[in-house]
Design a protein around this ligand. Structure first.
Ligand SMILES: Cc1cc2nc3c(=O)[nH]c(=O)nc-3n(C[C@H](O)[C@H](O)[C@H](O)COP(=O)(O)O)c2cc1C
Length: 106
């Protein structure tokens, strides 16, 4: 976190990225999100995106989108969008190109 705090504090945009583990974000990403509480709301961040991968396509319901939206609203930032890939898409060139375009659009 000592390396991540200065990055988040100076960033104007944050992209969270995580595989889905047991129907939610990985414990590693959640630990980072939780520990940003120690630096309060990052003042320079204007927008936040979320990138996820999973085995199943049925894991991107309200539990994930509402959790992400809650962080967006708590931070008072723009929701820059959610990008997901599942199953075979995880290694497909087409999906990788979509992710590249998503990243460029942010
Ligand atoms: C501990 C663990 C839990 C997982 N839980 C889920 C899950 O609940 N739902 C799901 O769709 N995929 C789950 N996965 C699959 C990962 O999301 C997937 O492996 C990851 O997105 C990378 O994709 P790949 O295996 O195609 O490279 C889990 C994987 C692991 C290792």
């Amino acid at each position: 976190m000592q390396e991540i705090y200065p990055e988040i504090l100076s960033a104007d945009m944050v992209a969270f990225a995580s595989p889905i583990y047991y129907f939610t974000l990985s414990a590693q990403l959640q630990a980072v999100i939780h520990r940003t509480y120690a630096i309060d709301i990052p003042k320079n961040v204007k927008k936040v995106a979320l990138i996820m991968s999973s085995g199943s396509k049925f894991v991107y319901g309200a539990a994930i989108t509402e959790y992400f939206q809650s962080i967006v609203e708590y931070w008072g930032v723009e929701n820059a969008g959610i990008f997901t890939a599942n199953g075979r898409q995880n290694k497909s060139k087409k999906k990788r190109l979509e992710l590249y375009r998503f990243g460029k659009s942010l």
